[in-house]
Design a protein around this ligand. Structure first.
Ligand SMILES: [Zn+2]
Length: 420
């Protein structure tokens, strides 16, 4: 299969990020939305915002589901608001991963581990603690600083073929290369994956974690589609992309993170240390059974998404007519996609709350729904609280059970609208 080169990427629009074929088939069109990680402050409200299409295509040739990129990665990542170290469960996930890989690959002080998009060093710090030499690569300057403070050597650069070659020339190949939640955000996919291959030494192992398209479709997680995520991967397309760059996917695990993710293990195609495990074929069969091995199999999602909009807006309008108040809980990036697509503003949801001090006093992008401290819920006693980070549903219901004192109820919008 021909690969898309950087030249075709610049010349043409709507060409597949991986194979270069023209993109003609709509997966879902979510309308227009501002960038979801930009939370306007009070002063920004008078300035207006730029909206970009959230029109997702599936490539007829290679089946990669994708959005066009409308913003340079430099501007997305220069000052990224998401610090991985803020989440306890994510830190635990990272620590477990390190222990597992040290045992599996016999890593020690002579080994070399590289993480691409290493965030604030939340993961590599556990290798550092166990004396395994590491290098983080993180383009966001504020995250880079936090990583260095943790004692994690970090380069503040974008990763691709050029940087991989420099690193190999300086330090030799890596025994373990990892990338968590970065593959979806890479505009030049072929340059990035080729870079990963170059960086791996002959016996080296690559692990990549990313949200699994099969779960996104099954669980109707359309709000995880946003401008910062350019590509949405099935295992089938992942194997194809890796093969095109001389890499072999030899194992895969399913993880609960981000609404259902995959951890894919790969090595150089010629590496004989790793046989392809049954897990790979089993999961590809699940995808085939769901119709994901043909372009036609991707139809039907848009209709499911529309149903959420009809049910949610219907409920909110009825509540508004009856004089009931609705507040949100949480201000995750995905809330912007949901609210913009459904056309929900302050007239239907008065405010939302978030634990992040950075977001309090700011506004949701597009809808300009104000974000307050969580105490606001107890003070204003809303009739309904809509849980925007539905992936944390049970945790939030437990935290907010006090709303029952005044007869408050919860709304969960996804996978389908539920009131309880
Ligand atoms: Zn393609």
């Amino acid at each position: 299969m021909a690969l898309r080169s950087d030249v075709t990427r610049r010349l043409g629009s709507k060409l597949c990020r991986f194979c270069g074929a023209a993109l003609k088939r709509t997966f879902v069109d979510l309308g227009m939305s501002p960038f979801c990680e930009t939370y306007p402050s009070e002063a920004d409200l008078d300035k207006g915002e730029t909206y970009y299409p959230l029109h997702v295509y599936v490539c007829d040739e290679c089946l990669l589901v994708q959005l066009e990129e409308f913003q340079s990665p430099e501007s997305i990542f220069s000052d990224y608001a998401y610090f991985s170290s803020y989440s306890d469960s994510w830190l635990k996930h990272a620590e477990n991963y390190c222990g597992k890989m040290i045992a599996k690959l016999n890593l020690d002080k002579r080994s070399f581990v590289v993480e691409v998009a290493s965030n604030d060093g939340y993961l590599l710090q556990y290798f550092v603690k166990r004396q395994v030499p590491v290098l983080g690569i993180e383009p966001a300057a504020n995250l880079y600083k936090a990583a260095v403070e943790k004692g994690v050597p970090t380069l503040t650069q974008f990763f691709g073929v050029e940087l991989a070659k420099e690193l190999v020339a300086e330090r030799g190949g890596a025994d373990l290369v990892l990338g968590n939640n970065v593959l979806a955000q890479v505009p030049d996919l072929n340059d990035f994956v080729e870079g990963l291959k170059i960086l791996l030494n002959a016996d080296g192992v690559l692990t990549l974690e990313f949200p699994h398209l099969l779960r996104l479709i099954e669980r109707n997680e359309f709000d995880t589609i946003y401008h910062e995520h350019f590509s949405y991967f099935s295992l089938l397309t992942t194997v194809r992309i890796m093969e095109a760059h001389g890499l072999k996917v030899f194992d895969v695990e399913e993880l609960a993170s981000h609404g259902g993710s995959l951890r894919v293990y790969a090595c150089r195609a010629e590496n004989q240390l790793h046989r392809i495990e049954a897990s790979v074929q089993n999961l590809i069969e699940q995808e085939n059974n769901a119709g994901q091995n043909s372009p036609e199999g991707y139809s039907g999602f848009a209709e499911k998404v529309k149903q959420v909009k009809l049910d949610l807006v219907d409920f909110l309008i009825t509540a508004a007519r009856e004089g009931k108040s609705v507040a949100g809980y949480g201000a995750p990036g995905k809330s912007a996609t949901l609210l913009q697509y459904c056309g929900i503003g302050k007239d239907l949801i008065r405010y939302t709350v978030d634990r992040s001090a950075y977001k309090q006093g700011r506004f949701l992008p597009g809808s300009h729904i104000p974000i307050y401290h969580p105490d606001r819920i107890r003070e204003t006693k809303p009739d309904f609280v809509m849980i925007l980070p539905w992936n944390l549903r049970s945790e939030i219901v437990e935290q907010l059970k006090f709303i029952r004192e005044w007869g408050g109820r919860f709304i969960v919008p996804i996978p389908k609208v539920e009131i309880f």
